[in-house]
Design a protein around this ligand. Structure first.
Ligand code: 6PG
Length: 247
């Protein structure tokens, strides 16, 4: 398992989500106090949607200085921002709009550009925001596919070996679609990285990534090993059910 990684395993998905929301509040206060802002790279897919809705709920919305939070995306489907598949649309509907987040605080991938240009432009936007800062995002939120992919680092794709720090376009055979993804070297520059994974259908992927043989072609999420940051897994019992005892 990557060094500096901590497992947080809870009985239910709801418990994992609530504890992660508490952690988000804590990280936002820490970052805002230290640097006057909190930069978050959001994950897409279905798992984080409930987290975003929870953060925008009455229970949490008053516990974060939202005007100091800046949102990026760890990956994006190459579709219009209005498309049902868009990670930006999911985050906008679940959290950004309900919280009234100003557009200037949200850095979405411009999928109106050709894929390679969209990736180049996104790399520039990230570099412009962070300047020469060694570490990039305060919080990198990641999910895990049942095939052990994370962001859009899918098994057996060239981007797994991309050593540059930036965003890249990748054609995903199994989806027959382009994605724009941050590369592993950029994903690994975050101060705090959190995997949010719940449900029994993720148990095999969790076991492969955390306790399986080292094989990044098969289990790309093994590439996530923060250079100097912390790595946390927020899991429910079902997703953790195939980890060795005393994990
Ligand atoms: O764009 C995406 O789909 C995500 O960034 C991707 O990496 C996601 O985290 C996994 O595919 C898990 O997705 P679910 O949470 O929907 O299972």
């Amino acid at each position: 398992m990557a060094r500096n990684s901590s497992l947080h395993i809870f009985p239910t998905p709801a418990e994992s989500l609530n504890r992660l929301a508490d952690f988000f509040v804590e990280l936002s206060a820490r970052a805002t106090q230290a640097r006057g802002r909190f930069s978050v790279a959001l994950s897409g897919g279905s798992s984080p949607k409930k987290l975003y809705e929870l953060l925008a709920s009455e229970e949490y919305r008053t516990r974060v200085a939202w005007e100091k939070v800046f949102f990026f995306f760890g990956d994006e489907r190459y579709v219009p921002p209005t498309d049902a598949e868009s990670n930006y649309r999911m985050a906008r509907e679940a959290m950004l709009e309900p919280l009234g987040i100003a557009p200037a605080q949200v850095f979405a991938v411009d999928t109106a550009l050709p894929p390679a240009e969209a990736a180049r432009q996104y790399t520039q936007a990230i570099e412009q925001f962070f300047g020469q800062e060694e570490t990039r995002f305060d919080l990198m939120l990641l999910g895990l596919g049942d095939n052990s992919h994370t962001a859009s680092l899918f098994p057996h794709t060239p981007v797994l070996h991309d050593a540059t720090v930036g965003a890249r376009e990748v054609f995903v055979e199994e989806k027959q679609a382009y994605r724009i993804t941050l590369t592993a070297p950029l994903l690994n520059l975050a101060r705090t990285t959190v995997f949010l994974v719940y449900g029994p259908d993720k148990a095999a992927a969790v076991q492969h990534v955390l306790a399986g043989e080292r094989n990044i072609e098969e289990y790309p999420a093994q590439l996530i090993a923060p250079i100097s940051g912390e790595l946390h897994w927020f899991l429910d019992e079902a997703a953790a059910s195939r980890l060795p005892p005393g994990r």
